[in-house]
Ligand binder design. Sequence first.
Ligand code: HEC
Length: 326
Amino acid sequence: MRIGASFLRVIGFSIFGYLFLNWVGTTGETSIFVEQPWAWAILGCIILFYIAGEVCTEAFKSILYRSLKPEAKRRYDDKQAFAKANQFKWIKEKYKASLGSKAIEEEHEIILDHNYDGIKELDNDLPPWWKYSFYATIVFAIFYMVRFEVFNDYSQDEEYEIAVAEAKIEIEEWKKTAKDLVDVNSVILLTDASDLKAGKTIFTTNCVACHKADGGGGIGPNLTDNHWILGGGIKNVFNTISEGGRSGKGMIPWKTDLKPAEMAQVASYVLSFQGTTPSEPKAPEGEIWIDPDAPKTEELPAKQVQDSTKLNDVVEVAATNALANN
Ligand code: HEC
């Protein structure tokens, strides 16, 4: 019995320890036990200490017991026996009450007149747990009916729309923390000053040797004009940076050195060269690139195109289109 109790305590403590570590240590989706395998070692140590503690208290108790006088020993045993008999008394009583059954000695009070070949019938009450659950469903039904049938709070369609809208917000939130998940299909032009600044740093570190700091070009082509060998626009530029240029030309795939988020930043920075005038521009190479997905913006006044110095998707496309039409 004693061993049984401490055994249960150790198991309970282990489960608690696991859940607790999981709770305090886990950031994000993956459990700490997956992310940091040493968490198992910590848990193991804690459990070991706990077991040692249990063993010590048990040993201490047994020494104390042995040192008791016979009279005291008997009193102690009685007390233990009493405690054992009354263990879970409250739960047992509540359970019995919830069944509402009559004790076998009192069954004669509820026996019915029927007697079929010696088979008799008891007129038991419904068990309270059943009866009150049933009442609860009635109360629930009234509220439900008034709320949804009388006042038409919301329909299932609306509930669905709300859930979808909430999920979309969650996805947006999640995307903010998961920038590294961009790929060539999901990449978008970044316009935040912080992203462009980061892009500039990456460009200065890795790319200026061949493309020049102002993008005018050297070993690599001019990045400021609207001619592209491998296609313009954020998706193509991202792809070129990630996968490299044509083989033998010198533009290596950068995906092994740069994270996807960094490639998106440097690609956006590269595109911010569009329309600037470098000090020694290399002659245009490749084709003028027109965004196939661009909305038709040919009607945009030419003045507006000239005025805009700031990089902006629409203007960029408009300028490209205007030039293409000349
Ligand atoms: C060793 C020299 C070298 C370095 C370093 C280099 N590039 Fe290039 N880059 C080139 C060459 C050469 C090409 C042309 C590839 C081709 O013709 O296929 C090119 C092409 C490109 C293109 C496509 C241009 C077009 O017209 O389609 C982009 C965009 C580009 N590089 C960006 C970068 C970025 C961003 C970096 C830094 C992370 C970088 N490059 C580093 C040599 C280099």
